[in-house]
Design a protein around this ligand. Structure first.
Ligand code: KDG
Length: 343
């Protein structure tokens, strides 16, 4: 299929079809039209899987529950949309876990650099009791978390210069790279520790900030860089894979409380199925997006082991600073799962 990526057309990767929607039609407990706001574009795995979520609900309720997905941060940024869920002016949103640390501070564990060495380990962790217990931290916030899925491995892009080492980030004879980060204290710390000038900013403002040179660069997965057309304003990429960010699919508790138990059960099941599908799409998009970016002229640096170790070493102080606040035990629990998954 050909997807229109902003101005550029691109063949999407060979995407897996979503699983068949089977299961009985649930009983008639009234109708709900769920409004869902997300930050990424219509071409993103986040959007495609959110549409599938809506299809499951529509089919299994014979059209009594429908979902309208609003992409491209058009209803607000992650923090604003979570606040809209709390007041009941929006039914669903799908933020990065990094944007939700104001509600559950321990979610910042996922912002620790180089914590999750592989997608397999990341999926194990996200499906573990340790991760699910983190979601219990939303209790009483007005936000009902439904499922984790994959935003993915974050990569650095910029418009100033090729970046191969932490020294390139700091800029010994030129100023440090100005890098947009999510509004998250650990991410700010990572880039400060690397000698950059970090600027926290909502995702929806990022393209124009790069276009106007307000920031030199940003960091997001390749599929986000491609499907948000960042390559139009970014010449250089570096495959740092410095953080693996989860998404959290969430529902307003006010909406949840208005639903019959049978609908609630179906929403949880549909969220789990669509999150699983999103993780599959995100994996299928990852390498393909990097190749597409190179085809569109982005000069991408693939770090060798020595260069990667230099970045891992340079950000070690971030662990020392944040581990006590996030919780040493939680970090050890996650690392135990990571070590177990590599056996
Ligand atoms: O819907 C998710 C986006 O709004 C955002 O969280 C994506 O990783 C992201 C970023 O850099 O803000």
């Amino acid at each position: 299929t050909t997807l229109t990526l902003g101005m550029a057309h691109a063949q999407s990767p060979e995407l897996s079809d979503p699983p068949e929607i089977d299961g009985d039609i649930v009983g008639d407990h009234g109708t709900h039209t769920l409004r869902m706001g997300i930050g990424l574009s219509e071409n993103s795995p986040q959007y495609i899987s959110s549409q599938y979520f809506g299809e499951i609900l529509e089919k299994r309720t014979d059209g009594r529950i429908t979902v309208n997905v609003f992409p491209n941060s058009q209803l607000g940024d992650d923090v604003q949309m979570m606040e809209m869920l709390q007041t009941g002016t929006l039914d669903m949103t799908y933020p990065s876990s990094s944007a939700a640390t104001g509600y559950v501070e321990e979610l910042a564990v996922f912002d620790l650099p180089f914590l999750l060495p592989s997608r397999e380990a990341a999926i194990e962790v996200l499906q573990s009791d340790v991760a699910l217990e983190l979601l219990e931290g939303f209790e009483g916030s007005g936000l009902k978390p439904l499922a984790f899925s994959e935003n993915g491995y974050r990569q650095l892009s910029n418009s100033a210069r090729p970046i191969e080492t932490p020294e390139d980030v700091a800029g010994l004879d030129v100023r440090g790279l100005s890098v947009r980060t999510m509004e998250n204290p650990v991410h700010l710390d990572i880039w400060e520790t690397l000698g950059a000038n970090p600027t926290p900013m909502a995702f929806g403002e990022l393209f124009s900030a790069m276009e106007q040179g307000v920031v030199d660069g940003q960091e997001n997965p390749w599929s986000t860089i491609l499907t948000s057309n960042f390559h139009e304003v970014q010449d250089y990429g570096t495959e740092t894979r410095h953080v693996y960010t989860p998404f959290i699919m969430m529902l307003s508790e006010r909406t949840w409380d208005r639903m019959a138990p049978e609908y609630q059960e179906l929403v949880m099941e549909a969220a789990r199925q669509s999150a699983e599908y999103e993780m599959q799409l995100s994996a299928e998009y990852d390498t393909w997006s990097r190749e597409q970016l190179e085809e569109r002229g982005m000069q991408i640096t693939r770090l060798n082991d020595e260069q990667l170790e230099a970045f891992q070493e340079a950000v070690q102080p971030v662990y020392e600073k944040w581990a006590p606040r996030i919780g040493e035990e939680l970090i050890q629990d996650i690392q135990a799962i990571v070590d177990g998954s590599s056996e």
